[in-house]
Ligand binder design. Sequence first.
Ligand SMILES: Cc1cc2nc3c(=O)[nH]c(=O)nc-3n(C[C@H](O)[C@H](O)[C@H](O)COP(=O)(O)OP(=O)(O)OC[C@H]3O[C@@H](n4cnc5c(N)ncnc54)[C@H](O)[C@@H]3O)c2cc1C
Length: 428
Amino acid sequence: MPHHALRKDTHIAILGAGITGITMASKLLDRGFQVTVIDRQRYPAMETSYANGGQLSASNAEVWNSIGTVIKGLKWMLKKDAPLSMNLAPSWHKYSWIAEFLAAIPRHDANTVETARLAQMARGHLMDMASKAGVAFDIETRGILHFYEDAREFEAGRRSTDLLRKAGLDRKELTADGVRAIEPTITADVVGGFFTESDFTGDIHKFTKGLARYLEAQGVKFLMNTSVTRASATLTGVDITASQNGTAQQMSFDGVVVSAGVGSRDLAAQLGDRVNVYPVKGYSITVNMPDESAQDAAPWVSLLDEKAKIVTSRLGKDRLRIAGTAEFSGANYDIRADRIKPLLSWCQHHFPDVPTDNSVPWAGLRPMMPNMMPRLGRGKNPRVFYNTGHGHLGWTLSAATAQIVAADVAEAFEPRPTFSGIGRPSAA
Ligand SMILES: Cc1cc2nc3c(=O)[nH]c(=O)nc-3n(C[C@H](O)[C@H](O)[C@H](O)COP(=O)(O)OP(=O)(O)OC[C@H]3O[C@@H](n4cnc5c(N)ncnc54)[C@H](O)[C@@H]3O)c2cc1C
């Protein structure tokens, strides 16, 4: 009997309808599973997968666990409009996370190479999903350009390029003129840059929502507006208690994949695992540009300003997304005016002919693991799986990690071999 026929009777719940949960649903459906996606929001991609930086960036794969980042971070903590903001109020979760972040410094190089490898693996899977589902998501395949105004930072960038090369990524070094040749709208006093032609950008929300709509038509069940309040697993299945409009319901599944973004830590604890995701807040503005003069003055190539730690993506001709900031203040969704201001000022400084009078502010919580590597595959219980903790690179990595975790799920539910001629399950 083909495996697909057997898997039709195997029902997997996916907790979370962000980019990780929806790509996961796609890959499990491909393998013939019956899939139900559960999310507390009314629509898919309403939390962190809503208005991020838009970059599909293998070139930004370097993990932050380094002495250099720690020193920079300490300096930034003293500056009001810096890319990092830390609420120093006591919190066991935050300080245990920071301790684990520091402990992962020796793995910096290996984890960077592994992340860059995953990012490149993701590209093909993402494009396959988009074309199968017929999703338009304002994709721009013009590469990603890192630019530098500080010679020391530029030198450090060269070391990252060497690491990325180990993962097979071609990131070209550019002179200041080379930077302006690639993106003529840049007026900053740059010392040089790096260009990764194979990187690209797109609208994560459009992609996730479009793919979800397609999957629903293909038979994936969506329970939206449904908050998971309890999850427990036994050796034979998983029980979920969820609340929809105040009414609790009990459901049973054969297995579960946790893709709940910053909600993954709590759910994992209920399922018997420690998944130390911390919510690292970031902000974006989406600058709407109805006028042709603004459209001409805005960059088409996606940028990463190494000094400000700000990224941009052009989402079609009339939208420019600008994103940045890492704020450690717990599960707090407030859009702070003093954190939006540096993004507006950055746009005014670098692209003075792009008016920001029509721009939409947003904040989202990056589900970040202390070692900055996503938590993938099996939990302690054989019915429990994770595809979560993608931090600042969930858009870049999800298509690959969904593929990896779907293979783990398929393997776990593989029919056991039988003794030929006897036809009873193997004792193995
Ligand atoms: C400012 C900013 C810029 C970024 N820029 C980039 C970029 O340029 N490139 C890149 O690759 N990445 C970027 N990222 C990171 C990327 O956006 C995230 O890694 C990704 O969106 C995380 O997806 P997710 O599916 O893990 O989480 P989410 O999208 O948050 O999805 C999790 C879902 O789980 C649901 N959920 C949680 N708990 C429960 C519960 N108990 N019951 C029911 N539902 C629940 C939530 O409602 C949510 O819909 C950026 C992030 C930010 C904040």
